[in-house]
Write a protein that binds this ligand. Sequence first.
Ligand SMILES: Nc1nc2c(c(=O)[nH]1)N(C=O)[C@@H](CNc1ccc(C(=O)N[C@@H](CCC(=O)O)C(=O)O)cc1)CN2
Ligand SMILES: Nc1ncnc2c1ncn2[C@@H]1O[C@H](COP(=O)(O)OP(=O)(O)OP(=O)(O)O)[C@@H](O)[C@H]1O
Length: 245
Amino acid sequence: MGKGDDDLNDYASPACLLHEVDPAYSGLTPPSRNVGQNLPEPSLMEWRRSERARMIAARLAMSARTRNALARRIAGHLDALIGDPAGVLVSGYWPFRGEPDLRDWFRDLRERRGLAALPVVVERGKPLLFRLWRKGERLERGVWNIPVPAAGEPVFPRIVIAPLVGFDAQGYRLGYGGGFFDRTLAALPSSTIAVGVGYEMAEMPTIHPHGFDIPMRHIVTENGIRSHGGKRDRERPFDAGPISP
Ligand SMILES: Nc1nc2c(c(=O)[nH]1)N(C=O)[C@@H](CNc1ccc(C(=O)N[C@@H](CCC(=O)O)C(=O)O)cc1)CN2
Ligand SMILES: Nc1ncnc2c1ncn2[C@@H]1O[C@H](COP(=O)(O)OP(=O)(O)OP(=O)(O)O)[C@@H](O)[C@H]1O
């Protein structure tokens, strides 16, 4: 995808070498044997760690060209989901470790009078805050070197787009393991619409959700939209209709 006014070019060095770990190395129980069971806490943590490594390695194994093609398809589904973005505040993310690059889509959203925001890590163990991400916004490197708006009052997105490492059939999202989006969604009004975004290959039978894991209202991959907001949505998982403002 193209470079823009707010591009930081060398941001993308991975914050860790997780993607180089061979999942077979961990020797953990395969996920299919654990579906529907309550794993003891330490082994669940270990299992999540190895699943993260496996998922990140798999997406980084795709070429940048393939990832960009998938990101364009994801962007098309986001358009169908959100409809007219005018006046709607949507939080996004600055892509790293092979996440779908939706920066062009966010630029386009702003051109259609939508408002974009980026998450800021305040501190480990605390909710994220969001700052407006306007055209020409000055970005600085935040925690883990992720670019964040350098200044601005906190804003409260109506739609939170959460990049995912894995997702399951219930709409639960596996992230990088900081618990940031769970804490953040718990702190935001319940009217906030959480949209998990990732590649179809990130689907897993279950992430073995904890009590604190908050399911996404929608999961968007290159294949379409899965909605988990209500009974009717669940019956028509690929026909969610636009989100009304
Ligand atoms: N592009 C993008 N930006 C984002 C997120 C995201 O998922 N994607 N976040 C979504 O939350 C927040 C950052 N979350 C992160 C959480 C953990 C690590 C990380 O590197 N963690 C350590 C291990 C941490 C631990 O286990 O305690 C590591 O992998 O080495 C990086 C970012 C805010 N910005
Ligand atoms: N609402 C919460 N309140 C307190 N602790 C939480 C909350 N949500 C998550 N945590 C803590 O965060 C840790 C990581 O959670 P989890 O494995 O779900 O992260 P993740 O969803 O993969 O990461 P992220 O959201 O940062 O991408 C958990 O072990 C838990 O202790």
